[in-house]
Design a protein around this ligand. Structure first.
Ligand code: ADP
Ligand code: MG
Ligand code: MG
Length: 909
């Protein structure tokens, strides 16, 4: 049997279904699925993604069987729809639509009204009784065909857009503002002008044979898979090039057949903040792209469609409910209303902000559509998106003040929640350049509307503001996906790219001026507006809001309840005494990394005295001054954590970080103060500083090497830990310190340090007359430690993977200067993800796996954790679950994210 390349969907039955996204692309699979569940879908067929791969593997040729299969499918559509392609009496028109496995908004091309020519336009006019409609459809077809198939589409903003220029000229001449006001006669003229332009710029005639037209469109869709924009987009979103696109050929239905018709895009519930209810945009007497192109600002379904077309509105509402029930997900749909009748043209799971994602998942559970476990699925709430709930929002008082000062200059549609303040920039390329100069720059990208070329600029901006477009415009869609603060359709805003200004409500701002946008309400303010913490932070950390006062918090808490029920991995915090309350507020289950050196920054003079000391006596004198401070810091930390374990890392960084010639240079009296305090000469101070200098400090004198050479440092730190712990124990606090030795490569290093720690513990316990339960363990952050983990575990009671250093040492890449080549590596697909953000699972991960296995072979109960930055990154957390670690440790604000990722992995495996 010949390979099946073509799958039709017609007459209430699809040959494919919603599960076949790989074969049919998302659009094709769901068209078939909608057909199968009895929704009104114009008949058509899908050419599978396999053909796309064949096409590129065979010098842009099709498989030989394709032609006959397409022709047969076309015939079937004719039968079902009751028309004939290219007929002079009863013409049927088609659309040709791209459709990859995952949607790539605006990246690939679609052509509508295929089959129009000088003869069919006459018969369409007759059949519909609407001459204007027929010519409108014709001119649209030539325009799309000329752009997409014949290559006249402008590639950059400066390329001429021949068709739009002619159209604009025509409108001007006719004295009208919008296309739908042009008469049949004017459209007819336009058709002739369009054809002339094609001839002039391509040298070819516009093809009149409908079959030639269809094949031209199919070829163009397959070609668009490899256009530059699409390639860049796929790289950005990690979509493999091998997936390919499908092509959907579908009978046309018409939203431009008079005022009883419309075209629209909608969401079965709001995806910016998650409010229930069908919503979206529509345009009366319009076709396809008009509604997202941002030329005419569309109407809001939830506001006026019920009045304009009550029957269609009710039908749409029903369809929305049916879709949600069937897909168990919010849907993003495209539809056309032809003479009062709704036709569904597309449905897919809607992209949403993290904010909306939480609300929707929780609401769907509460409505009984999905289970708790389903609510936690990664595709519903990507763990990282929880971050959006913790972002600052505008301060209500500050907003009132700004309003009083007449700084509220405009209001648009809230498309991406959050607060963003930044400097106005108009062009994506400028935004990118500014960002490359300074990664901390705060920019708001302001545009009339955005297009796929603006993607890179949107990525580096804090927020996006557009004058045109609705909730389903490109800008809204992409910012939802990126989690950016965004306002669209800000009607009163006049953007003048030439002058580099925006004006609204009597205020004019120029490029570089500050502006603030509230993505919850759609309000735009000139200048900066102060922010305050998110409601969740107000409830949990500041306690300035009661839990029941915040709906956002209530839903978050419900979600986290499910998370805690299903996850296995424990989540600890990287925290010192000052962050302990934060870590506690976010529900940490211990501290996985307390960096003792952070405690020294507030006692820097005494610490420097220790550093410049020449003799053991001098050093011990300085350490004795530090002891009470350390003890106090540990006391605070232990108290906050109560019975939860606290891992304390002994001094780790190279000493020059605390005292270098720069410090001596910047602080004139420093050398004098140190020389007096320690009792050495100023020259000695300077010489000691000189001795500390290293060319490769990250691989130098640091970690346990310090504690081995200066054993008294380890002894002081251990004493501070155990004194604090013993005193608290006496007060009834059930403390569990875990002392962690950094940068171990040899078991003997750990033995050396462990002896000091244990001896000190015994001494302190004897002095205090109380014993404390504690452990001694090590970081695994040098490949040798991972490879000899079986040995090291004889001494270590726990391992904690320091994946920052382990990545540096395994890859031989220094984190401080890998920035010079990593971006190029990524652009050239040499490396996928940044290994310092996501664990390099094959390399670094392999070492971790060895260490876990060998370590536990020696010591069955060996406790395993991770404390590098990766501990709060979802894919790394999931990897840690798979390795069988006991916990991950991350910064306090990442705790909810790590917990969700842990639950997601637990549910997946
Ligand atoms: P995209 O992937 O860019 O959304 P589509 O293939 O979905 O492109 O087409 C864009 C729009 O064209 C649709 O939303 C719809 O309004 C219109 N369209 C496509 N096919 C048809 C059709 N058969 N009848 C009427 N309108 C159509
Ligand atoms: Mg679409
Ligand atoms: Mg380290």
């Amino acid at each position: 049997m010949a390979t099946k390349y073509v799958y039709s969907f017609s007459g209430g039955k699809g040959e494919g279904n919603g599960k076949m996204k790989a074969e049919l692309g998302g659009k094709g699979a769901n068209l078939a699925e909608m057909c199968n569940i009895g929704l009104p879908v114009p008949a058509g067929f899908t050419i599978g993604t396999e053909v796309c791969n064949y096409y590129y593997a065979n010098d842009r040729k099709y498989p030989p069987e394709l032609k006959a299969q397409v022709e047969a499918a076309l015939k079937e559509v004719e039968k079902v729809m009751g028309g004939e392609f290219g007929s002079k009496t009863n013409p049927l028109l088609f659309s040709c639509r791209s459709g990859a496995r995952e949607s790539m908004p605006g990246m690939m091309d679609t052509v509508l009204n295929i089959g129009m020519n000088d003869e069919t336009v006459i018969s369409l006019a007759k059949k519909s009784g609407d001459e204007r409609f027929a010519w409108d459809s014709y001119r649209r077809f030539i325009q799309m065909y000329g752009d997409v198939v014949m290559g006249l589409k402008p590639q950059t903003k400066t390329d001429p857009d021949h068709f739009e220029e002619l159209l604009e000229h025509k409108r001007e001449k006719a004295g009208v503002k919008f296309d739908n006001e042009l008469t049949a006669e004017q459209l007819k003229e336009l058709v002739a002008e369009y054809k002339a332009v094609i001839k002039k710029h391509t040298g070819s005639e516009f093809p009149t044979d409908p079959m030639e037209q269809v094949w031209g469109c199919i070829g163009a869709v397959f070609s668009s898979w490899m256009n530059d924009r699409a390639i860049v987009y796929r790289r950005m979103y990690n979509i493999p090039h091998e997936w390919g696109t499908a092509v959907n050929v579908q009978a046309m239905v018409f939203g431009n057949l008079g005022d009883g018709c419309a075209t629209g895009v909608g969401l079965t519930r709001d995806c910016a903040v998650g409010t229930p209810g069908f919503c979206g945009d529509y345009l009366i007497n319009a076709q396809g792209e008009d509604v997202v192109a941002g030329i005419r600002t569309p109407l809001r379904i939830e506001e006026t469609l019920g009045k304009d077309m009550p029957k269609a509105h009710a039908e749409l509402d029903e369809i929305g409910k049916k879709l949600e029930k069937h897909f168990k997900e919010v849907q993003d749909v495209e539809f056309t209303i032809q003479e009062g009748r709704v036709w569904m043209l597309q449905t897919r799971n809607a992209k949403r902000t993290g904010f909306a994602a939480v609300r929707i998942a929780v609401d769907l559970v509460n409505e009984g559509l999905i289970t708790e476990k389903e609510a936690l699925q990664k595709r519903r709430i990507p763990a990282d998106d929880l971050n959006q709930l913790l972002q600052p929002i505008f301060d209500t008082e500050a907003k009132k003040k700004a309003t009083k000062e007449n700084r509220a200059i405009a209001k648009g549609i809230n498309a991406g929640p959050g607060a963003a303040t930044g400097q106005i920039v108009f062009h994506a390329s400028d935004a990118e350049a500014l960002y490359n100069k300074d990664n901390n720059v705060q920019l708001i990208l302001v545009r009339k509307e955005t297009s796929p070329e603006d993607l890179r600029g949107m990525k580096v901006a804090k927020g996006i503001l557009t004058a045109f477009g609705g909730a389903s415009s490109h800008a809204a869609l992409v910012s939802r996906q990126m989690g950016k603060v965004c306002i669209v359709g800000c009607g009163s805003l006049v953007v003048d790219y030439d002058k580099g200004t925006i004006s609204s409500g009597g205020t004019t701002l120029k490029e570089g001026d500050w502006i603030s946008i509230d993505g919850f309400t759609g309000e735009v303010f000139s200048g900066k507006v102060e922010t305050k913490p998110s409601e969740i932070v107000q409830v949990l950390v500041q306690k300035t809001m009661k839990p029941e006062e915040s709906e956002t918090y209530t839903r978050y808490a419900q979600l986290m309840g499910w998370v805690d029920k299903y996850r296995k991995l424990k989540v600890r915090a990287n925290a010192e005494q000052d962050e302990a309350h934060l870590a506690d507020a976010f529900g940490c289950e211990g501290v996985g990394l307390c960096r003792t050196e952070h405690m020294f920054f507030s006692k820097i003079q005494e610490f420097r005295e220790m550093i410049v000391s020449e003799t053991k006596e001098q050093r011990e004198k300085a350490l004795a001054k530090l002891l009470p401070f350390q003890r106090a810091d540990f006391t605070t930390l232990f108290k906050a954590l109560g019975s939860r374990p606290v891992t304390i890392r002994l001094l780790d960084p190279p000493l020059h970080e605390f005292l270098s010639e720069h410090h001596l240079h910047d602080d004139d009296g420093l050398a004098d103060r140190l020389s007096k305090a320690v009792g050495i000469s100023k020259e000695t101070v300077e010489r000691r500083v000189e001795e500390l200098k290293e060319t490769n400090p990250m691989l130098g004198f640091r970690g346990c090497r310090l504690g081995i050479v200066f054993a008294e440092i380890t002894a002081m730190q251990a004493r501070a830990i155990f004194e604090a712990a013993a005193d608290l124990k006496k007060q009834g606090v059930d403390v569990h310190p875990e002392v962690m030795v950094p940068l171990v490569g040899f078991k003997t290093e750990l033995d050396h340090q462990t002896k000091i720690i244990r001896d000190t513990a015994e001494k302190v316990f004897a002095e205090k007359g109380v014993k404390v339960d504690y452990q001694v363990g090590t970081m695994i952050e040098i490949p040798r430690a991972a490879l000899t983990a079986g040995e090291i575990a004889k001494t270590a009671e726990f391992f904690s993977f320091g994946t920052n250093d382990l990545t540096q040492t395994t890859l031989g890449m220094s984190r401080d200067d890998y920035g010079s080549f990593i971006p190029l590596y990524r652009e050239n697909d040499v490396i996928g993800d940044d290994p310092f953000q996501k664990i390099d699972q094959t390399g670094v991960g392999r070492l971790m796996e060895i260490a876990c296995k060998d370590g536990r072979a020696t010591r069955e109960k060996l406790k395993l954790g991770i404390c590098g930055e990766h501990g709060g990154e979802p894919s790394s957390v999931m990897f840690c679950h798979k390795l069988g670690l006991d916990y991950v440790s991350c910064s306090p604000f990442r705790i909810p994210i790590a917990k969700l990722a842990a639950a997601q992995q637990a549910l997946e495996s």
